[in-house]
Design a protein around this ligand. Structure first.
Ligand SMILES: Cc1cc2nc3c(=O)[nH]c(=O)nc-3n(C[C@H](O)[C@H](O)[C@H](O)COP(=O)(O)OP(=O)(O)OC[C@H]3O[C@@H](n4cnc5c(N)ncnc54)[C@H](O)[C@@H]3O)c2cc1C
Ligand SMILES: NC(=O)c1ccc[n+]([C@@H]2O[C@H](COP(=O)([O-])OP(=O)(O)OC[C@H]3O[C@@H](n4cnc5c(N)ncnc54)[C@H](OP(=O)(O)O)[C@@H]3O)[C@@H](O)[C@H]2O)c1
Length: 475
């Protein structure tokens, strides 16, 4: 922003604070709040609304429980949340407890940071069998996400699991399935999932990619981590790594990261299996075409079509089906083929891209006219990218917002409007101070149990509210 613009906004906002609602408390929402609160040209007040009683989005409900170091980023968000011009209103679902149209009236503007919470579908027969469960559900289940805590898995009777997809979520799922009791004890995995994983009968895990080893989306660090497990081991048959006639072209079109992944896969292929370790087979060039089950919705096997790879002029490598098929006997199928956005009633949604309709973060209607609201994070760009990337991305959208709000009209904002509305509707909203009570209680429960476990999460919304001294709403 030019100095001249900065001066204008500064003059406008010095005596006229900008009141912004940020909807969603994941990384993108917190980085947007930080950019607003720290902006030299603004005097912003930020109210963050979150549908769950707990903050932090996928950092709490998605990031693997054995990745505690990554979860420490919540320390940054905690500092943002204790800024005097920040307030949290958790346990408030926008589209249900309060409508986007109401937020438009209460605030100068709204930034949506609602993520991508649904799952992409494979689109094959048998996908809706009970024991074919998307990664979003399995991940939410082991992470004590209230939406998925009641999901049913029977790992004591599950020997073979197919994980579909070659991204980091597929690797997370395979790794968590292979953790030992000792490894699990050092995590914040949900207590009911701890019991199931500790006593699980899983022996073989198949991670299945539709393209080849040079097109895998997982990262070298995550792949290498599989090689350090106490009782799990990645297995790659050397034939899986053959690149065929297009080897040179594939290598040229691969990123530096993909080439490193390929080198690690070669290392894995040369490592003999250690007897007794759970096998994590990495299979490539295979697409599921049918999930088979029985009358109880149990999965019995998976049909996989073998693919060949085609490179187009742009260097993109595509999987093309052959007429060859394989049957894989499995008891559980976990598609990890990407998350997907869900529309919020009252907000424009781009069905094709699965995101809130936007141009560079400005929400636009069907006629591509700005609505005066903004969107950041996965809800803006789709379900790809790491936590750290949201800092710059949310900051850029805040710059657009500052530019759009250069000439503010006189203030009519009532800072009590949202709490008054929620109180009138008997919505038991959770403040950041309330959340800190639950946060401390979860950590305290872990200390009582063992010195290693970082926290024992509460997964039930009513129990959470009770522990924070709130009365749950009658449903
Ligand atoms: C399983 C998994 C593991 C991952 N692990 C890592 C990792 O180890 N390292 C890494 O760097 N990245 C990881 N990522 C990626 C990272 O989690 C995302 O980049 C990031 O969380 C996206 O941020 P977001 O704020 O857009 O969405 P989210 O984190 O999903 O936050 C969205 C928030 O909006 C809330 N919300 C949704 N709808 C409403 C509504 N209607 N009203 C109010 N609130 C609402 C949700 O409850 C949620 O709190 C992982 C992703 C997944 C799926
Ligand atoms: N530890 C970490 O750092 C960590 C952990 C988890 C997630 N994340 C991040 O979170 C983001 C999301 O991860 P993700 O794993 O959900 O997504 P992703 O990285 O986009 O991977 C999705 C995978 O699913 C495959 N796929 C898509 N549609 C398919 C279909 N119909 N049939 C078979 N396979 C299909 C894709 O194959 P194609 O390539 O052929 O499309 C790809 O291999 C990523 O940016 C990831 O890095 C990071």
């Amino acid at each position: 922003m030019s100095d001249a613009t900065t001066a204008t906004v500064d003059q406008e906002t010095a005596g006229r604070p900008l009141h912004v609602a940020v909807v969603g408390s994941g990384p993108a929402g917190f980085y947007a709040a930080q950019a607003l609160l720290n902006h030299p040209a603004l005097h912003a007040h930020v109210d963050m609304l979150e549908r769950l009683p707990t903050p932090y989005g996928l950092v709490r409900g998605g990031v693997a429980p054995d990745h505690q170091k990554i979860k420490r980023v919540t320390g940054v968000y905690q500092r943002i949340a204790t800024h005097p011009r920040f307030r949290l209103f958790a346990n408030v679902s926008v589209g249900q407890a309060v409508q986007p149209s109401e937020l438009r009236q209460i605030y100068d503007t709204v930034i949506y940071a609602v993520g991508n919470e649904a799952s992409r579908r494979m689109g094959v027969p048998g996908e809706s069998l009970w024991a074919c469960t998307p990664a979003s559900v399995f991940v939410g289940w082991y992470n004590a996400h209230p939406d998925y805590a009641a999901a049913v898995f029977n790992l004591k009777a599950t020997k073979r699991v197919a994980v579909i997809g070659n991204g980091n979520v597929a690797i997370d799922v395979a790794r968590v399935l292979a953790l030992t009791e000792n490894e699990l004890q050092q995590t914040d995995v949900a207590d009911y999932a701890f019991e199931q994983l500790r006593t699980s009968a899983v022996e073989e895990i198949y991670v299945i990619g539709r393209r080849g080893p040079l097109q895998a989306a997982f990262t070298p660090q995550e792949l290498r981590e599989l090689m350090t497990l106490e009782a799990g081991q990645p297995i790659v048959a050397p034939t899986e790594l053959e690149l065929g006639d297009s080897a040179d072209k594939q290598y040229q079109s691969a990123s530096e990261q993909a080439r490193r992944v390929y080198e690690i896969l070669k290392e894995i292929a040369f490592t003999p299996h250690q007897p007794g370790k759970r096998k994590i087979h990495l299979l490539f060039r295979r697409s599921p075409t049918r999930v088979h089950g029985d009358e109880n919705d149990w999965v019995s096997s998976l049909t996989l079509r073998l693919n060949r790879l085609q490179i187009d002029d742009s260097g993109y490598v595509r999987a093309e089906g052959t007429t060859e098929f394989e049957e894989l006997e499995v008891d559980l199928v976990i598609p990890a083929i990407g998350y997907a956005g869900q529309p919020i009633s009252g907000l424009p949604f781009d069905e094709q891209r699965g995101v809130i309709r936007n141009l560079d973060g400005r929400i636009v209607d069907e006629a591509e006219q700005p609505t005066g609201e903004y969107v950041v994070g996965w809800a803006r760009s789709g379900p790809k990218g790491l936590i750290g990337a949201h800092k710059a991305a949310s900051g850029q959208v805040v710059e657009l917002l500052v530019d759009d709000f250069k000439n503010l009209p006189a203030s009519t904002i009532d800072s009590n409007a949202l709490p008054n509305l929620l109180t009138k509707r008997a919505v038991p909203f959770v403040t950041f101070e309330d959340w800190q009570i639950l946060d401390e209680a979860e950590v305290h429960r872990a200390r009582i149990r063992s010195g290693e476990c970082p926290r024992i999460k509460v997964a039930d919304v009513d129990q959470m509210l009770g522990m924070m001294g709130k009365t749950p709403t009658e449903s």
